[in-house]
Design a protein around this ligand. Structure first.
Ligand code: ZN
Length: 358
């Protein structure tokens, strides 16, 4: 049994982004001093929302390149750049973007106060002291990064994809504005939104359970059904619901099952982004998740989303071996679904067949 830390303060509703200045200036919890905005580079070309961020001479705005998923090297670089530019620590970090940007904001915040290198903190409860005060502004719903206690980083030198799992990785505040997800491309909106569906259904199908996590997961799945099975997933009501589902899924963040380990393999070996990788991973898993597989397929059909096929046929033997290696290391989720003898079930041949079927 372990105490759960949640985000302390939420501001939720259409137009919430316009309240950033009020939060920064009047909320007694927010420390005074330089504010650093870490913003998804998507907004370098779509600057309208940035006009709502109050920027004084002492503040900084840094675009985060999210072409690839966040790396330890990128965190080291951003933190070092801020240290030398400001000549000290910022008072507040505001992360604005999808899961990759939010994870970067959390990791940079931790690194700035803890010192050393980002890779020193990949693992469980290695972050020693609280990071810089951090506020999350999600612009994409589904990853749950806004409420989770981790920030997933890939160390390209060692090939390790592992988060800074720590209570210190939890945002201090969130500003949740469903208007921000109105312009997300439909495919990306679907792939990322389904991330929360997968987190929650994997948790509910697993052996490690917790009543609170289950309750959050059940509600998040119910909201996903309302969003994806009928009507337009991206109308205003659906955007609000998906934003809520995402934060519940992140707060639940239980142990996953089979989708996430297979998905991690696709990301590490082939560079497929997390949301799409999950959807591809679910493709051959009907035998393990029959009801959810049918539901996922119905969701894609209802929203007119066509998922890519034929990936498996193009994989080389070497790639299959690498995919197996980077999937089988995820012992906690694999045993959560299959039991302790998961290696006897997910043999190299079985795993190859699953990847070939994608
Ligand atoms: Zn995920």
């Amino acid at each position: 049994m372990k105490a759960i830390r949640n985000v302390a303060s939420y501001l939720f509703g259409a137009g919430a982004l316009g309240r950033v200045e009020e939060v920064l200036r009047t909320d007694p919890r927010v420390p005074a001093g330089p504010v650093v905005y870490l913003v998804d580079h998507f907004f370098a070309g779509h600057t309208a929302p940035l006009d709502k961020l109050p920027r004084r001479a002492m503040d900084r705005l840094v675009f985060i390149d999210t072409t690839h998923e966040p790396s330890t090297g990128q965190v080291d670089q951003v933190a070092a750049g801020l240290r030398s530019d400001l000549g000290g620590l910022p008072a507040v970090i505001v992360g604005m973007g999808g899961g990759a940007t939010l994870d970067m904001a959390k990791a940079v915040s931790n690194l700035l106060t803890n010192g050393g290198q980002a890779s020193d903190y990949q693992g469980w409860d290695l972050v020693k002291v609280p990071g810089v005060y951090k506020i999350g502004v999600p612009t994409l719903s589904g990853t749950g990064s806004e409420t989770s206690r981790t920030c997933v980083l890939t160390n390209y030198e060692t090939g390790v994809k592992l988060g800074m799992n720590s209570d210190h990785s939890v945002f201090d505040q969130l500003i949740l504005d469903p208007e921000l997800t109105a312009t997300v491309p439909r495919e990306q909106y679907f792939h990322t939104g389904l991330d929360t569906y997968f987190h929650c259904m994997e948790t509910l199908n697993g052996r490690t359970r917790n009543g609170i996590v289950d309750a959050y997961s059940e509600k998040a799945i119910e909201l996903c059904r309302q969003v994806f099975l009928q009507g337009d997933m991206q109308d205003q009501a659906s955007r609000e619901k998906l934003m809520i589902a995402s934060l519940m899924g992140g707060a639940a963040a239980g142990n996953t099952g089979l989708v996430h380990p297979l998905s991690a393999g696709l990301s590490v070996v082939l560079g497929v982004h997390h949301g799409l990788a999950n959807c591809l991973a679910m493709g051959p898993l009907a035998e393990y998740y029959p009801a959810e597989h049918a539901e996922f397929t119905a969701m894609a059909r209802a929203q007119g989303i066509v998922l890519p096929t034929g990936l498996g046929a193009k994989l080389s033997e070497e790639q299959i071996a690498k995919l197996h290696a980077s999937c089988i290391v995820h012992e906690k989720p694999l045993s959560n679904h299959l039991g302790d003898d998961f290696k006897a079930i997910l043999t190299p041949a079985k795993m190859a067949a699953l990847f070939r079927a994608m």
